[in-house]
Design a protein around this ligand. Structure first.
Ligand code: UD1
Ligand code: MG
Length: 255
């Protein structure tokens, strides 16, 4: 593979430290099986298939189980988030690796096993072609309840992501959602992480605030509807687990 492909210089961060309280399981959420495999394995496979070699997994709740599950995977490193203070805080735990990295940083959530390798590749193409500091992969969702909404200005430019719990009634009407699939320039990401606060409804440091911080600082940020509808299905509770499982089973070649 030639050296200058964007995937060769990309560092992937997988957010996997949460307990997943709504799953009512003893296991950390990312290890709950989906069609027989821990959900994080699908995410790791998609990242590998897109050609991204270096993967940093943020572990926290029952970290030893997640480390053990991934011990046979090549090229995986771990960062520890001892207290789960939010998705932005999870990425802050990767500061050392980020400060030594020049190039794109892909951030994805370990609870989204329908992430597709092609979408990662498409986002990387957009990122390189537009020479920007952040690209967010988005999708329109018929029922966007529970998801971060993409807020745009009258010119259609990305302005920010607002979480369901922080959204105004008008913002809750928006159907373009964030599915936790982002590319950042590593140095821009460090800049944005340093500005995050936990002044929001959940008192958490949100990774979803980083793109808005960059936009407000005059950096180039884009939200692109490049994801497949199925990729908007993440797993936060037993009902969503059943839906994702059915989707994976219907996609499997044996069907
Ligand atoms: C997140 C996004 C939301 C998006 C949704 C679906 C934020 C603030 N919100 O919400 O905009 O629509 O995903 O993609 O990011 N995690 C950690 N450490 C923490 C908290 C979470 O590692 O301190 C991990 C979890 O293990 C999980 C992932 O991050 O794999 C997402 O966390 P989750 O609590 O499911 O976020 P959502 O509420 O779904
Ligand atoms: Mg989630």
């Amino acid at each position: 593979m030639p050296k200058n492909l964007p995937e060769n210089t990309t560092l992937a961060i997988v957010l996997a430290a949460g307990k997943g309280t709504r799953m009512e399981s003893e296991l950390p959420k990312v290890l709950v099986p989906v069609a027989g495999r821990p959900m994080i394995r699908y995410v790791i496979d998609a990242i590998h298939s897109a050609g991204v070699g270096r993967i940093l997994v943020v572990v926290g709740y029952r970290a030893e189980l997640v480390r053990a599950e991934l011990s046979t995977e090549p090229k995986i490193e771990f960062a520890e988030q001892h207290e789960q203070l939010g998705t932005g805080h999870a990425v802050m735990m990767c500061r050392d690796q980020l400060s030594q990295h020049q190039g794109p940083v892909l951030i994805v959530a370990g609870d989204s096993p329908l992430l597709q390798a092609e979408s990662i590749s498409r986002l990387l193409e957009n990122f390189s072609a537009a020479d920007c500091d952040c690209v967010i992969g988005t999708v329109d969702k018929e029922n966007p309840i529970g998801y971060g909404r993409i807020v745009r200005n009258q010119a259609g430019e990305f302005v920010g992501i607002v979480e369901e719990k922080d959204a105004s009634p008008d913002q809750r009407e928006l159907c373009e959602v964030n599915v936790s699939t982002y590319l950042f320039d590593s140095q821009a990401l460090l800049f944005a992480l340093n500005q995050l606060t936990d002044e929001n409804a959940q008192k958490e440091y949100y990774i979803t605030d980083c793109p808005a911080v960059l936009f407000a600082a005059g950096k180039r940020v884009m939200a692109e509807k490049v994801l497949q509808p199925c990729e908007s299905m993440s797993i936060n509770n037993r009902d969503e687990l059943a839906l994702v499982e059915a989707a994976i089973q219907s996609m499997s070649p044996s069907n």
